[in-house]
Design a protein around this ligand. Structure first.
Ligand SMILES: *[C@@H]1O[C@H](CO)[C@@H](O)[C@H](O)[C@H]1NC(C)=O
Ligand SMILES: *[C@@H]1O[C@H](CO)[C@@H](O)[C@H](O)[C@H]1NC(C)=O
Length: 373
């Protein structure tokens, strides 16, 4: 134990030393060419890695605040500086100084502002993980009581006391959510993934049967754009653990996923999955993954799925939609490039008004990652 502690201390010292070193290099190289301009020169940004770039920017900004010429610039919140010294923050954060400044402008050791929307704005702009803050996040005062059966992922209702409604503009109760947003009506949710209505549906019983017949075990999955977590809820009843990624975007999706006893991951679509390589049996894309994602990002997304899937694991595109021609000339080639076995491939016209207007089609596909790659 003593040895372990000593090693940890040594490591910590080494880390601090490297940080000080890089700071030293940065400040010495900065002093020469840049006098007190507000921008860090481009060539530096390109040369430095994320950590250095972040520290660089912050320390540079801090030094310019003492310059009388730039007093108009608000000072960097000290907690952001402190955090940047402890741990790197995503470099995209410093592309949005106004938002980041607002996010880090709070009173330490007291109640945090109700700013879920602001934090999601930053996350969606690539500033993720967000810096840590030292304040108390407002949480509902009433804990979930044992009378609320959290082990049933399809409860008939949720207690309104389980959500901090101050974070939400459009609704202040679950009754309101049910009428305004998809996914909150458990009666509707309980019929999903059970009875197929068309060839675009893949009932879970059939999915598990397909896996079983190829001697593939499904124990762990990832649901991308999971809404209120209904896929994971259904899989839970089959003793399969599914992680559900969801943003809130104005409604308590993450809270409801958690209330159902499902694991919510608060990550945007464009972020690398916070999951290690080759360990997941199944990835499902909900219809949140569709043509609105830029095609290059989509390509990266597919490869990140490939990274987390084990050999023989499945990728399920559930009601992916795009324009008919894009499916043929862009998305099909992109998907087939992965070299996965096509277990299911069903397409159909999307008949809602925007679908008709844009000549859109749905694709539901089940693909299996090859065992030898
Ligand atoms: C899930 O696990 C429980 C407890 O081990 C078991 O009783 C139940 O039959 C399992 N359900 C399924 C669908 O395998
Ligand atoms: C859209 O309408 C066409 C023509 O009625 C029909 O064949 C198709 O199945 C419909 N698509 C869906 C997804 O229901």
């Amino acid at each position: 134990m003593g040895v372990g502690m000593g090693l940890n201390l040594l490591l910590l010292l080494a880390m601090v030393a490297t940080n000080i070193l890089s700071l030293y290099h940065l400040s010495s190289s900065l002093n020469k060419p840049v006098k007190s301009s507000q921008q860090v020169p481009d060539h530096l940004i390109h040369q430095l890695n994320t950590i250095r770039a972040t520290i660089n920017h912050l320390t540079h900004l801090r030094s310019t605040t003492s310059d009388p010429d730039v007093t108009s610039k608000p000072p960097i919140p000290s907690d952001l500086l402190l955090y940047a010294h402890i741990s790197p923050i995503a470099s995209a954060c410093h592309d949005h100084p106004e938002l980041l400044h607002r996010y880090m402008n709070y009173t330490p050791f007291s109640l945090c502002p109700f700013d879920t929307a602001l934090s999601e704005s930053l996350i969606l702009r690539g500033c993720h993980p967000l810096p840590r803050r030292r304040c108390f996040t407002p949480t509902p005062s009433k804990p979930i009581s044992s009378s609320h059966k959290t082990n049933n992922p399809f409860p008939s209702s949720f207690p309104d006391t389980a959500v901090s409604w101050a974070s939400y503009v459009n609704c202040k109760s679950f009754q309101c959510l049910v009428s305004k947003y998809d996914g909150f009506d458990m009666k509707v949710e309980s019929s999903k993934f059970v009875n197929p209505k068309s060839d675009l549906d893949l009932p879970i019983s059939q999915l598990l049967q397909i896996a079983k017949s190829s001697s593939s075990v499904i124990r762990l999955g990832l649901d991308v754009g999971a809404g209120t977590g209904t896929f994971a809820a259904r899989m839970k009843l089959h003793n399969v653990t599914v992680l559900s990624t969801s943003m809130n975007l104005g409604a308590p999706y993450n809270e409801v996923i958690a209330l159902r006893g499902i694991i919510p991951l608060h990550v945007p679509l464009q972020q690398r999955f916070p999951i290690f390589d080759g360990i997941v049996d199944l990835v499902r894309f909900s219809h949140a993954v569709n043509r609105w994602i830029p095609t290059t990002s989509m390509d990266f997304l597919f490869y990140d799925v490939d990274r987390v899937l084990r050999s023989g694991g499945y990728l399920w595109l559930d009601h992916f939609f795009s324009k008919r021609l894009d499916l043929e000339f862009t998305y099909s080639p992109m998907i087939k490039k992965l070299g996965y076995k096509i277990v299911k491939w069903a397409t159909d016209s999307k008949n809602d008004s925007s679908g008709i207007k844009n000549d859109e089609v749905y694709l539901t596909a089940l693909l299996q990652k090859p065992v030898l790659k």
